[in-house]
Design a protein around this ligand. Structure first.
Ligand code: HEC
Length: 199
């Protein structure tokens, strides 16, 4: 009986975690990693916190964690994989580290995502414009050719050209047929980091 419990418990936990959103998971991990919660030293939003004030040899001192919400991903990742004075060592997986980074940089990541979407929309609109201009040019060229041909040739030719014309107009734009991709969180990290570094 005990064994069954041991076996089913991880599955149950796994099933449970898959129902929470990335935001909820990241927030939970930040406050409850395998060890003491980060917020105790770095504050709820990672903006830094003074944990204690004390005097040492008559000098007023304080202990706390620095702000960790303005780091780029590489620095954040490296810090969590090194020994840091006055901070517990966590041994987090790369996935956990990116979840924590996501938690601390949600606003920036959302902004980067919005910027990316806006840029993609603009690009698609521009491609559409170019396509329309090309189509208009093609139609008028075909028309010109048809008009000169018409003088010499019989109605048959005209009919053929008309079907060709409609084919060209109906043809789908190639760039817009790509399906919307799922959010690539690593690409977002890179963009957010590049955006930060560009500042
Ligand atoms: C007991 C307090 C404490 C806890 C808990 C703690 N930290 Fe820290 N952390 C520190 C201190 C203090 C420093 C700064 C050490 C230094 O400057 O030498 C630090 C530094 C860091 C840095 C490097 C900052 C920089 O500017 O390079 C990162 C990243 C970091 N912590 C992330 C975390 C995360 C994520 C958690 C939770 C998984 C966490 N810390 C939990 C105390 C803590």
């Amino acid at each position: 009986m005990k064994y069954i419990l041991f076996l089913t418990l991880p599955l149950f936990l796994y099933a449970k975690t898959s129902f929470i959103t990335q935001e909820e998971y990241a927030a939970q991990l930040y406050k409850n990693p395998r060890g003491i919660g980060c917020q105790h030293c770095h504050g709820d939003q990672g903006k830094g916190k003074i944990v204690a004030n004390y005097t040492h040899k008559k000098i007023q001192k304080s202990f706390g964690g620095p702000a960790i919400d303005k780091l780029d991903y590489a620095a954040f990742y490296k810090a969590l994989n090194s020994r840091i004075d006055s901070m517990p060592r966590y041994f987090l997986t790369p996935k956990e580290i990116s979840a924590l980074y996501f938690y601390l940089n949600q606003e920036e990541l959302k902004k980067a995502q919005e910027l990316k979407e806006a840029q993609e929309k603009k690009k698609a609109q521009e491609a559409e414009k170019v396509k329309k201009a090309q189509e208009a040019k093609k139609v008028s060229e075909t028309k010109e050719v048809n008009e000169t041909k018409e003088i010499k040739e019989v109605h048959e030719t005209k009919e053929v050209n008309e079907t060709q014309e409609t084919k060209e107009v109906v043809e789908e734009p190639k760039e817009n047929t790509k399906p919307a991709e799922a959010i690539d969180i690593n690409a977002l990290f890179r963009e957010a980091t590049e955006a930060k570094n560009a500042k």
